[in-house]
Ligand binder design. Structure first.
Ligand code: C2O
Ligand code: CU
Length: 426
């Protein structure tokens, strides 16, 4: 298969080969009945001409008329019910709830868990928002095209018991809309309130295809959560550079200094700073250490030694123009096969071809080691792991969500060029 063919594989019948074959089908796997409070939303996908705040006009595909679409805010434990309408996107649309452990039938994978919703039709998704944190949603029909056109948004699950730790919070979703980089839909940057002495929770979402490195100027901060999962006793950082892979989210808790202003910048989004507070400009820090979660925070007491039942080794790389896993491209890659209850050790190595943010649907995995060194800080649970060339990680995953699941690089161009596979329950 050439590149042109791969580009469209997400809606090709050809993908069926490696998708089916197990006993499990997604259709029956839905959210259990419960008395949880119901939160309803409507999202309409449509072709839209957007006028950006830099004066440019772009043809985009939007949810409810904007990109990012409506920020969905729910509370931990809510039963979330979202109806997707497709007004006029010809190839059809789905929504994937990135990072949420939804039942398989609600995962939004065109050609696998549902058919793409054609123009004039609708589909209703239901899931329980079990884990508070920062998530996002995006189309999963021809996703490298549709996400780039703007079919995405933030999804925030607030904790039931609000912590007193932060007094205000801000979402900052970075995306690549066509050739324009935006933060929360702005081509100019973002300003957020913050008073001297205040703690501000900044929810950073990388919805683009490239890794972004963030520099927090003028304040010390803590990385309090990654991919929606809290870190245990995160230490104070000063001048650290925070690398966020495509698809990942980092929550920073930032202490606004007495001078009253913090600026968060990224070399890959130079003209899109986040400015918190309105005091005097911070002294520019010279750029510090790259943040690493290997020894960040503290271990949990009595954290059990993990046993594993199955092992898989995945090498992320490229041959010629095909982005590959173990030297093969999508439909030729044998699935990882598990039984419910299995404890699975997945070794992921990046053997070339750029950064590969490794994403698993429907599950959260725990990072055990990097390049042979065991994590010795806080436990780290992710749905997307940024891997750089030469890195090898050991990941631990509990097979607790039966179904058929995609596993892929979240550089969606790489995914469409072959770096996608399946995790199937037998
Ligand atoms: Cu956000 Cu299949 O991914
Ligand atoms: Cu990749």
């Amino acid at each position: 298969t050439g590149m042109a063919g791969m580009e469209h594989m997400e809606h090709m019948a050809g993908m069926e080969n490696s998708l089916t074959g197990g006993e499990v089908s997604c259709d029956s796997l839905t959210a259990p009945e419960s008395s949880a409070p119901i939160r309803k939303f409507e999202l309409t996908a449509a072709r839209t001409t957007l006028k950006l705040d830099n004066g440019k006009t772009v043809k985009a595909w939007t949810f409810n008329g904007s990109s990012p679409g409506l920020e969905l805010r729910v509370t931990e434990g809510d039963r979330v019910v979202i109806t997707l309408h497709n007004k006029d996107i010809e190839d059809g649309v789905t929504i994937h709830w990135h990072g949420i452990e939804v039942p398989c039938s609600q995962d939004g994978i065109a050609g696998l868990t549902q058919d793409a919703v054609p123009p004039g039709s609708q589909f209703t998704y239901t899931f329980i928002a079990t884990t508070p944190g920062t998530y996002w949603y995006h189309s999963h029909q021809m996703s490298s095209i549709q996400v780039g056109k703007g079919l995405l948004g933030a999804l925030i699950v607030e904790p039931k018991a609000k912590s007193a730790a932060s007094t205000s919070e801000t979402t900052a979703l970075y995306q690549q809309l066509g050739s324009t980089m935006l933060v929360n839909g702005s081509a100019k940057g973002l300003t957020a309130p913050g008073l001297p002495g205040e703690l501000v929770r900044l929810r950073l979402i990388n919805a683009g295809n490239e890794t972004m490195e963030f520099n927090v100027e003028g304040a010390s901060f803590r990385v309090v959560a990654m991919d929606g999962h809290d870190l245990h006793e995160p230490g104070l950082l000063d001048g650290s550079i925070v690398p966020i892979g495509a698809g990942q989210r980092y929550d920073l808790l930032i202490l606004v200094p007495n001078t009253g202003k913090v600026i968060i910048t990224s070399p890959s989004a130079k003209s899109l700073p986040i400015t918190i507070g309105s005091g005097s400009d911070p002294q520019h820090s010279a750029g510090g250490q790259l943040f690493s979660f290997i020894d960040y925070g503290t271990p949990l007491p009595n954290d059990t030694i993990l046993q594993t039942d199955r092992r898989y080794n995945l090498k992320l790389g490229q041959n010629l123009f095909v982005k590959s896993i173990n030297g093969k491209a999508f439909s030729d890659i044998p699935p990882m096969t598990v039984k419910e209850g299995d404890r699975v050790l997945i070794t992921v190595s990046n053997v070339g071809g750029g950064d590969h943010p490794f994403h698993v649907h429907g599950h959260v995995f725990r990072v055990l080691s990097k390049n042979g060194v065991a994590l010795h800080g806080s436990p780290v649970y992710l749905d997307t792991l940024l891997t750089k060339k030469g890195d090898t990680y050991e990941l631990y995953l509990e097979a607790n969500n039966p179904g058929l699941w995609m596993v892929h690089c979240h550089n969606l161009k790489h995914a469409s060029m072959g770096m996608s596979m399946m995790l199937n329950y037998e």
